[in-house]
Design a protein around this ligand. Structure first.
Ligand code: ATP
Ligand code: MG
Length: 422
């Protein structure tokens, strides 16, 4: 019996991995343009970390976490909590007043697997800690937009404000009294959420609930002066960078730690899995986790969803192509090629050869499959005559090149030839 991967856990095969590598390369480059530095974090954390940050009454903590019950540890369902735990633990704030950090890796949530929704999925996470200015919110959204643009992905940006501990409780009370009157029309989850996490009712996907909340009071009308000013300034900053965005007063993120600005990048191209990336401000969270009273804001991009969109939108990728294939006929030629390929690789080229003594025809086929730009053919007796044939695989032009006895020298001359061409 064949053993298969677990449902919701996916292999990323080599052709697909090319897309992932490119995505990561572009992302790291952009994150670094904005001054973010990488931090690498463990996958397991104490369960309490997530309960205290994401919140007890959230879908993630209530039902989606992979927890080893007897050990009190959990496979991280998201990156922010772990990143802040590390930030606090190592006192990183002492180094610099404002820190921009990013991390890339797998997350785990026990959800129903479907297209764009897995149990092990991957996120690219960026957090800015120590700055409360609205410019920083806009800058972070601009960074997300730049990343999607450079990957050739079209998405719209939706933003909202969730207020702060000064203004949210008042809004929450008004919302609850509005919802009380409609409790019977709400889905079972929402009826329960009304008592534990009423704001979540606003972004329930159930059509019945959606209809009910259309007339609900808007959090944007309930913001206190400072939160209202902050939101207006974020929008002004986005406009000044010509970043299109739409205000969505129903957007409530599924994590409790958010304050003020929240945002999502949305696509219409992935069915129900519309969110590509999302984030927001969490000004009280670091202190709540036992750290200094620093503000923060961050976002996470879902890599599976980006990869799906890259495939759909045929984002062009740099090829995996070999630079040169060395086709050798006969034992002596093969032995020479063995050393030559090694030297070519030392010089930084992607070089390939066959080790099984196939026919020239078969080797040329193999060269074609590697996508090599050139093939060096060392045919019968060519080694003795000190000559070989260099074939440009694209133009199909062939020329005779001198074969040097010393493989290192030979590699040098071939390397400059290949580089000239690319
Ligand atoms: P959704 O509404 O799709 O469940 P979410 O609000 O739970 O998303 P976040 O916790 O904000 O998602 O995570 C940020 C991003 O990570 C999402 O926008 C999405 O692209 C991705 N993501 C979240 N959960 C999954 C999953 N189970 N499988 C694949 N990607 C996911
Ligand atoms: Mg979710």
């Amino acid at each position: 019996m064949k053993i298969r991967a677990i449902n919701g856990f996916k292999d990323i095969l080599p052709d697909e991995a090319l897309r992932w590598q490119y995505m990561e390369k572009v992302a790291r480059d952009i994150f670094e343009r904005f001054g973010a530095r990488e931090i690498r974090l463990p996958i397991l954390e104490k369960t309490e970390l997530f309960a205290r940050s994401i919140g007890e009454a959230t879908d993630i903590v209530e039902k989606e976490m992979y927890t080893f019950a007897d050990k009190g540890i959990t496979m991280r369902p998201e990156g922010t909590a772990s990143l802040l735990r590390a930030f606090i633990e190592h006192g990183l704030h002492v180094q610099q007043p404002v820190q921009r950090l990013y991390t890339i890796g797998p997350m785990f949530r026990h959800e129903r697997p479907q297209k764009g929704r897995l149990r092990q999925f991957h996120q690219m996470d960026v957090e800015v800690i120590g700055a409360s200015e609205p410019q920083v919110d806009a800058e972070l959204m601009a960074m997300g937009r730049m990343l999607l643009d450079e990957l050739g992905i079209t998405a719209s940006l939706e933003i909202n404000s969730l207020g702060c501990p000064d203004c949210r409780p008042g809004f929450r009370r008004r919302l609850v009294s509005f919802l009380e009157e409609r409790r019977d029309q709400l889905c079972r989850d929402c009826s329960r959420r009304m008592d534990t996490n009423p704001l979540r009712v606003l972004d329930c996907k159930n059509p019945g609930c959606r209809e009910q909340v259309q007339e609900a009071p808007s959090i944007l009308d309930a913001l206190c002066g400072p939160c209202d000013g902050h939101f207006a300034e974020v929008r002004r900053c986005l406009d000044s960078l010509a970043i299109d965005h739409r205000v969505n007063r129903f957007m409530v993120r599924g994590l409790d730690y958010y304050t003020r600005t929240t945002f999502e990048f949305i696509t219409g191209d992935l069915g129900a899995q519309a969110a590509i990336g999302a984030g927001g401000r969490y000004d009280g969270l670091i202190e709540q986790l036992g750290g200094p009273p620093l503000p923060g804001i961050g976002f996470a991009m879902g890599m599976e969803r980006i990869a799906l969109l890259m495939a759909q939108q045929e984002t062009s990728l740099p090829g995996p192509h070999a630079d040169i294939f060395v086709a050798a006929l006969g034992e002596a030629a093969a032995a020479y090629a063995f050393g030559l390929v090694h030297q070519l690789r030392r010089m930084g080229l992607k070089a390939a050869m066959d080790h099984s003594g196939r026919s020239l025809k078969a080797q040329m086929k193999q060269a074609g499959r590697t996508g090599a730009a050139f093939t060096l053919i060392i045919g019968d007796n060519e080694l003795e005559r000190g000559k070989a044939t260099l074939r440009n695989m694209e133009t199909r032009e062939q020329e005779s090149v001198p074969l040097l006895a010393d493989a290192t020298e030979q590699a040098h001359s071939l390397a400059s030839r290949v580089r000239e061409n690319s």
